[in-house]
Write a protein that binds this ligand. Structure first.
Ligand SMILES: [Zn+2]
Length: 215
């Protein structure tokens, strides 16, 4: 599939890209919904500012996303943090503790959650267990995560094929959906540096201006 599309592409609806909506105080039984657990996670360093998560552009050279000081609520945003994504199957369980339905959704989380999952995985391979999540404070990514003894979807052939099929498109788009990939100029604008600081577009802007006048 092409990475490029026009603004009128009918297949692009933000509602096409659901994510796990975790409700405060609720308890969930879920599992990593990727058959090959060694390819189940994607991770990128990103900044978060003004309701936008964007890819850190620093590589060999530190870019403005890291060097410029900005943030909100007393927190600095120029400190890039890892953001992870995976695909999970979340079971709906009734009062008799039976699975009545399930849904496959992408899940994005921070390094604290990553370490919690990692420490479970050190003892119990993630393709052998379901996980239990208690949503202490979803907004702050505060969860208690433990494991069950087995993994329901992998043991149930009927569910298994459906889970794998439904997880596939989410898994493929995971790296792109962890954060926005802004250009340096877009980052500069977003963090309030305006156009003056990053002047790479000046020549082309001038050209566009003169064309518009000619018309
Ligand atoms: Zn950065």
């Amino acid at each position: 599939m092409s990475e490029y599309f026009g603004i009128d592409d009918p297949t692009i609806k933000t509602s096409n890209f659901p994510k796990w909506e975790i409700q405060k105080g609720k308890e969930y039984r879920f599992a990593i919904a990727v058959e090959d657990i060694k390819k189940a996670f994607a991770g990128k360093k990103a900044h978060y500012f003004n309701k936008k998560r964007f890819l850190c552009k620093s590589d060999k050279k530190r870019e403005i996303c890291c060097t410029h000081s900005y943030g909100e609520n007393g927190k600095s945003a120029n400190d890039a943090k890892y953001r992870f994504g995976t695909v999970v199957v979340v079971y709906e369980i009734n009062s008799a503790k039976e699975i009545v339905s399930w849904q496959v959704v992408p899940w994005y989380f921070n390094d604290q959650v990553w370490h919690q999952i990692k420490s479970i995985a050190e003892e119990f391979p993630l393709d052998t267990v379901d996980l239990k999540l208690v949503a202490v404070d979803p907004q702050m990514m505060k969860f208690t995560i433990t494991n069950f003894k087995n993994c329901v979807w992998r043991r149930t052939e009927k569910i298994k094929q459906d889970v794998i099929a439904q997880a596939a498109p989410f898994l493929e788009s995971l790296p792109k959906r962890i954060c926005s990939n802004l250009t340096i100029a877009e980052i500069a604008e977003h963090i309030g540096l305006g156009d003056g600081t990053v002047a790479t577009d000046t020549a082309s802007s001038t050209d566009i201006g003169s064309i518009v006048e000619d018309l």
